[in-house]
Design a protein around this ligand. Structure first.
Ligand code: SF4
Length: 155
């Protein structure tokens, strides 16, 4: 059976970022997996009902607020739940998520002050996936993701 991988849609190539751009991952392994049909793209923020483009937002504790101070926690949480459902429905083995996003970041996020300061932490969707015991790699960890995939496929 070919194992599936959940991926942030902006890495997959959707123009779903807050600034309506994508940042397609050009790693050859990622592109190979894409061609094989292994990748399940999801943009938790769009899935949660937010428009594109949208005002950028950052986590402040358990809340998510836009730069203008609007509370978008509900949308972020709804999107996180949708990402988790998609991961389960497709029996994904793990996820590759865009680092530093308030939804998808798995190691680093911005600190909520909109000053470009990063802290250790997870975005809302990454947190929910992790709590559900999915491993998460970022776009710089494709080799590690590949090792994980190989190990799971060999076992
Ligand atoms: S929520 Fe995730 S998938 Fe959507 S644009 Fe942000 S980083 Fe990309």
């Amino acid at each position: 059976m070919m194992h599936k991988i959940l991926v942030s849609a902006c890495l997959y190539g959707w123009n779903c970022r807050y600034d309506a751009l994508s940042i397609p991952c050009q790693n050859p392994l990622f592109l190979k997996w894409k061609k094989e049909g292994r990748l399940i793209p999801v943009c938790p923020e769009v899935a949660g009902g937010l428009p594109t483009p949208r005002t950028d937002a950052q986590r402040q504790g358990n809340y998510v607020l836009t730069r203008a101070g609007i509370d978008v926690t509900n949308e972020y949480e709804r999107g996180a739940i949708k990402a988790l459902h998609l991961a389960r429905k497709n029996h994904v083995l793990f996820a590759i998520m865009k680092e530093k996003s308030p939804s998808c970041g798995s190691h680093l996020i911005y600190d909520g002050t909109f000053t470009g300061t990063k802290i250790q932490g997870l975005g809302k969707a990454a947190q929910l996936l992790k709590e559900a015991h999915f491993s998460i790699f970022n776009e710089e960890q494709i080799d590690e993701a590949n090792q994980f995939l190989k190990k799971m496929e060999d076992s």
